[in-house]
Write a protein that binds this ligand. Structure first.
Ligand SMILES: [Zn+2]
Length: 454
């Protein structure tokens, strides 16, 4: 580590901060938070550099716990517009089957950049497309995350139940159980870092009950246990999925999950909408986590997650933007606003506060990923921070700065720090030519459409 990153930096007197006892700022040394400075006090450490944060709201770096980076190539895709999940997926699977390795690089780079610019410092991706040309998809994603210096939890997704076996995806995108398990083990051995402050982690993530076999669900859980990595999948997103599970397995979604050995605190689920009262209790008691994806749930008209009942039962709630074909953005700070407002429709305004949304996107999301080194501005945690300025027209006239970020609809962080390094300065990613990236990415998206219409 360079001496520069070991210098002691005081992020001084933020306009507002989402943390206890840090009103006068945060002191960083290397990749960690060294000290919080409470009201009326000064830092106890010898300070090398001061960053004046008096015009900025300071948040722990936001954590996105569900995404599909490759879907940035099929945003607002004509054949998928105005559809619900199953017909939407069927329109897109055949397009995604044509994705090429260089398209994985550029879509990962773009999605991570979009997230970073919106204050996100850790992102999880669920990549489950492995046609023959994409066997190295996760390795490519690892390289892109390293180049950007973002923290990632890349989940090795899978699909093994093609149309000929009664599943939803076409045969060209499914793999055998043996291929999936051996590649999952290879990826864990190659890339998974268990240490405190890890930048790259791997989790295992069969796509959904309607796209993998029962054996694969069971053996994936066994492999995850053997290597102490987490489990992730989509569950209870739609009623179509519930009907599929009843018809195919004779079980509702949560009973199915239990039957394959997945009801544990090592599992986090994307969406988790269609649960009855008994299922919520069962999930809570097992400590299964839920990633709420509000925009995607609204866009596909899937339903509204029972976040508070799940929390009361014992589940952790975190947030995710979901894939960029069902959002169609990767803006994490905007997703907090969506979560707050969608959940207010279910629980009312007084129970779903802006603090609740911040909590879900930081400490909640960190816990979903099994991390206690991120998600909080506290001594000893990783220095992952996002600073937002309130200098746009949309904030003019606002009074409570922390509330204003969400209520006035913040879109863009001014500065973002990952592991003690500034990655975003003045609203731009350090060292990145964003026009060049957009041009490469949009060319890849056009090329994918061409390949898919041949
Ligand atoms: Zn998803």
């Amino acid at each position: 580590m360079s001496s520069k990153t070991q210098s002691i930096v005081w992020i001084k007197k933020p306009l507002a901060v989402f943390a206890e006892n840090a009103e006068v700022g945060v002191v960083i040394q290397g990749e960690k938070i060294l000290e919080l400075v409470p009201q009326g006090q000064s830092p106890k450490s010898q300070i090398d550099e001061v960053y004046d944060a008096s015009d900025s709201v300071l948040l722990p770096g936001l954590i996105n716990t569900h995404h599909h980076f490759y879907q940035t190539l099929t945003r607002a895709y004509p054949e998928a517009l105005n559809k619900e999940l199953f017909p939407w997926l069927k329109s897109l699977y055949k397009v995604w089957a044509n994705i090429q390795p260089e398209m994985i690089s550029v879509s990962t780079e773009l999605a991570l950049s979009e997230l970073l610019l919106s204050g996100c410092t850790t992102a999880s991706d669920h990549h489950y497309l492995f046609p023959s040309q994409l066997e190295s998809a996760i390795d490519i994603q690892v390289e892109e995350a390293k180049k950007l210096g973002m923290r990632v939890v890349l989940t090795r997704g899978s699909m093994s139940l093609g149309e000929k076996d009664g599943g939803l995806p076409p045969q060209s995108v499914v793999q055998t159980k043996e291929q999936i398990l051996s590649d999952s083990e290879r990826l864990i051995k190659t890339h998974h870092d268990k240490s405190d402050g890890a930048m790259i982690q791997i989790a295992l993530a069969p796509c959904s009950p309607f796209s993998v076999s029962t054996d694969l669900m069971i053996e994936t859980a066994e492999l995850a246990k053997q290597h102490d990595v987490r489990l992730h999948t989509h569950l209870a997103e739609t009623i179509d999925e519930e009907n599929f599970c009843l018809e195919k397995f004779g079980l509702r979604t949560v009973d199915y999950l239990e039957s394959v050995g997945w009801l544990s605190d090592q599992t986090w689920l994307a969406h988790g909408i269609h649960f009855n009262k008994e299922e919520i209790q069962k999930l809570g008691q097992a400590g299964v986590g839920i990633c709420h994806c509000p925009t995607s749930n609204m866009m596909l008209a899937s339903g509204i997650c029972h976040s508070l009942e799940l929390e009361e039962a014992g589940s952790i709630i975190g947030l995710g933007v979901d894939g960029s074909a069902s959002n169609d953005g990767s803006n994490m700070i905007a997703e907090l606003r969506q979560a707050m407002y969608l959940q207010r429709l279910r629980y009312g305004a007084s129970k779903i506060t802006h603090q609740k949304a911040y909590h879900w996107a930081t400490k909640g999301s960190a816990a979903l990923l099994g991390r206690n080194d991120i998600g909080e501005i506290a001594v000893g945690k990783q220095a992952d921070l996002a600073l937002f300025k309130l200098d746009e027209m949309r904030f003019s006239g606002s009074h409570d700065a922390l509330a204003a970020l969400l209520l006035c609809g913040a879109q863009k962080a001014d500065r973002v720090m990952v592991a003690g390094n500034w990655k975003v300065v003045d609203g731009c990613i350090v060292g990145q030519d964003s026009s060049e990236l957009i041009s490469r990415h949009s060319d890849a998206a056009k090329q994918l459409r061409q390949l898919s219409s041949i």
